[in-house]
Design a protein around this ligand. Sequence first.
Ligand SMILES: Nc1ncnc2c1ncn2[C@@H]1O[C@H](COP(=O)(O)OP(=O)(O)OP(=O)(O)O)[C@@H](O)[C@H]1O
Length: 266
Amino acid sequence: MSLAEEPVISIAGLWMNYSDRMVLRGIDLAVYPGQIIGYIGPNGAGKSTTVKIMLGLVEGYTGTVSIFGRDIADGDAAYKKRIGYVPEVAEMYDSLTAREYLTFIGELYGMKRAEADAKAEKLMGLLNLERAYDMRIASFSKGMKQKVLLISSMLHDPDILFLDEPLSGLDANSVMIVKEIFASLAARGKTIFYSSHIMDVVEKISSRIILIDGGDIVADGSFAELKEQSKEGSLEGIFNELTGFDKYRDIAGEFVAVIGEGARHE
Ligand SMILES: Nc1ncnc2c1ncn2[C@@H]1O[C@H](COP(=O)(O)OP(=O)(O)OP(=O)(O)O)[C@@H](O)[C@H]1O
């Protein structure tokens, strides 16, 4: 087996509970270089928990999690310099300018300040934010903040990118750029592992889709493979089918009925 065939992420028998609630029930997973993984599942399924365990942010799990061939529980955090992360909700030190924030993050990843600064300035320019580079992040729109977060996760050229709802707040033009960036990075052997609830995006950009429900993986394959095993034609339909959900019309109908209850406006 060549090196390229070694998994970059390898998870075996991963169980995790928060007090009395079992969230992950024996996840087994091997992710290979160049894959774009769409990690999907219902709200509360345990997607963020899985990612936070891989990032070393959540402890108390059982099972083995190896990144770049090393068990992350062995105490060597060196792997963190080779990963990037865009969380669902980010603490961004709003009072800093984008320049201050990005050079600070670059330095945390071991870059020289001048190198991080020059690279961040170029990347900001490419995402149409050149004039915002010296502005405080507090004044940024949601999409501008998201672009800064994306840049901060990639500045140090990581080998694995973990992203939670990476396209959140981006306009249609920026979405196209970021999708293309992911595809190019994957073609260079980088691994992208992201969660999203936007099924048509997941359908289009993932080389592999992993669906978790009830603490376990219930589907794993390319969109074409998942479609073959299903009578549904879209990922949204496959998601509903595999998570046993067919009541959306009833629920919406009842919801609207409750809104209308007793509301008689003269
Ligand atoms: N720190 C915590 N303490 C207690 N319970 C937690 C904690 N973090 C997550 N949970 C619980 O674990 C379960 C899984 O949460 P997680 O955030 O991993 O889900 P998710 O799949 O990312 O959901 P979403 O799609 O809504 O972002 C939920 O029931 C949540 O309430």
